[in-house]
Design a protein around this ligand. Sequence first.
Ligand SMILES: Nc1ccn([C@H]2C[C@H](O)[C@@H](COP(=O)(O)OP(=O)(O)OP(=O)(O)O)O2)c(=O)n1
Length: 129
Amino acid sequence: MTGGIEEGDQSVSLDLLKQEMANFAKERDWDQFHSPRNLLLALVGEVGELSEIFQWKGEVPKGLPDWKEEEKVHVGEELSDVLLYLVRLSDICGIDLGKAVLRKVELNAIKYPASKKNLNSNNGIAGSN
Ligand SMILES: Nc1ccn([C@H]2C[C@H](O)[C@@H](COP(=O)(O)OP(=O)(O)OP(=O)(O)O)O2)c(=O)n1
């Protein structure tokens, strides 16, 4: 990365990550590889790597309390790869991810009104996607 993000920086934004990825690709002449399809496949691959960490463990408690520190660091790395490819894919597709995600949050709230949360036994989820 270009040094624009400090570890533990609370001000990290989607725009900053977008710029970091754009710089990262440009500095390596990798724009040619960052096509929508390639980025989508890379994203799915990283979701697979994240899944591998959880594979065969059975259900695990929230916060991963019994996991070794190195395993938790690994989870953070794979989550980061997923996020970085997602941000880059959005950028390359010309999608404003920040705008899109806020709109989707609003749509979710309309689709699943909070007042209906206790109307069924499925954690308030009225139906599948
Ligand atoms: N063509 C590429 C290759 C890598 N990256 C960046 C984005 C990801 O954050 C990270 C992915 O790197 P790797 O493919 O080396 O994947 P891992 O870091 O997961 O390594 P490994 O698969 O060996 O665990 O590097 C990228 O932007 N474009």
